[in-house]
Design a protein around this ligand. Sequence first.
Ligand code: IVH
Length: 675
Amino acid sequence: MKKNTEDIAARIEQLRNTIDEHNRRYYIDNQPVISDFEFDILINELQTLEKKYPVFKSDTSPTVRVGSDLSSSGAQNEFSQKLHKYPMLSLSNTYDKEELIAFNERVVKIAGVDVEYVCELKIDGSAISLTYHKGELKDAVTRGDGEKGDIVTENILSTRSVPRFLKGYGYPDEFEIRGEIFMPWSAFDRLNKSREENEEQLFANPRNAAAGSLKLLDSTLVKERGLEAILYHYISDENRFSNHSEALEAAKSWGLPVSGYTKICKSIEEVFNFLDLWDIERKKLPYPTDGVVIKVNNLQLQSKLGYTAKSPRWATAYKFKAERALTKLVSIDYQVGRTGAITPVANLEPVLLSGTIVKRASLHNLDQIELLDIHMNDYVYVEKGGEIIPKITGVELSKRDITSQKPLFPESCPDCGTTLTRDESEARHYCPNFISCPTQLKASLLHFCSRKAMNILAGDATIEQLYNKGFVRNISDFYKLTTEELLQLDGWKERSAERFLKSISDSVSAPFHKVLFSLGIRHVGETTAKSLASHFETIDNLANASKDELLQVDDVGAKLAESICGYFAGDASKKIILELKEAGLQFSQQRIAANTKSELLLNQIIVISGNFSVSRDEIKKLIEEHSGKNSGSVSSKTSFLLAGEEPGPSKIQKAKSLGIKILNEEEFMKLIENN
Ligand code: IVH
């Protein structure tokens, strides 16, 4: 008997710890490793045990506390916090219609009459509470731990849907309205695509992406994330409405975003019809939903029903099960990415999931493999996180072969054999050999040529050929290529070689921030490259910057600073930069002078020749005012020749032979004026 009690206590303790850990991953890291369904199973088991063995009840159990999204408690928190005037609770939930019948019976028993419900879609985002004072948004606060939350007003105002000022009339002097901040599928796909390009950790689903975006410190970045809001819970000290649905109607008339898919249901059967309809229809919506919330419409009855410690008794959520499939894990590939990140990818026995056949799923990193406790040949559950990546969310232990082993994460790069290093903050392994690891090298050559980088006309196939022939082994080799070499490549003709070489010589005038982005320094994406270029102005300043100096730049954190220092410390990078400098690439950003009118001609080298309607000095001044550079002689680096009356014939001839544009005075003036 004693042993049994000890076992129960131990299981409860274990469940609480596991749930706390998953809550942390969900609400704080925004990187959950199990599905909501699996999480709810753990909560259910704990609830059942606590009910059966009340001696183990605890006020700090995750069954009576809402999961906290607070970034940190106390002094280091980046956001100020606010106490909620009314606690911000969660909802009870179920996947089972029988439990909805029981919910209805409990409500009807207390009401004494049939009850009207409002059914709403359960939006899968992050909860927010807005306070409006005299028609103006006073603050927006996250749920936090239910008692206090982070004030994220600026970030909320950068969503398209939350108005700073209300319209219409008749709103109380002060009221709160709560709802969900979410990320539509399209914005989620866009965000993950760009994170994939920059080899940043992908968001598992739009909910995590929305919650993570809400906590960004720079609201202009939040704006780019495309968050939206739907509000669903009006709260005020004044009793001006008798029904929840009336309150929502009023909120809509004040310009607040409320759902268009809400229905008043007069019986539990009508509720079921709504559930069945929306389990299908929701897949067509542009944003993620994970269930339906069923609320008592009458506000007096709501008060009578009241609250438990964690959730209202007047509402419950019916959750839709995410579609998942069970299949066998056949093997794991360890893929090397552009910046050396090693991603374990599971090869699965093909299985049909939401209309497509899934054969591979990302396992993210070693931490994830360990948390899921995956063994080779296990049967695993796969779900689609978003539209793009299927992921493994659990293991079917009952089907495990007891002899199966845990996978062995490689110690060295599967591609070049270099010993892997581990970035603890990201739990990722990296191959540090970014100079000559073939996959990294080819990927970095491709990145260098990409449209957003140097815009050189080389795709996968060209890079493969150039690499295999040994013509290009680092990015500076592009500038040494000759027509003769290119003609040795399969299928290449004079014309293709010429076009290719022209794209290389054109790339020389790409502005500094693009060059910086093109270098492929780990974690330096397009936006960071721009910030760094305008902060340091030259590559030498950047290369000599200390970690502390780097941390002064907007959005540069410790990880990025370390990566930049590491890059410039290497002899190989120094050599490449020297060679690129010799090739004429732009390694400085001109300081925008006080007399600058525009950056229209930034990084453009302009040669002038002939007589103009104004003095040549005036023309030079105009070029400088628009951030251009004046040069005396025509070369392949010239952006255009500005030819007045009677230009020098040799300059005209040279420009023509190099295919350089020639503008006359009128065309030049138009160019500047249009700006
Ligand atoms: S009502 C007092 N309505 O789901 C509780 N919640 O899992 C008021 N949610 O914490 C919540 N859509 O963040 C409500 N139409 C909706 C909802 C909704 C999404 C979220 C909300 C809540 C969570 C519970």
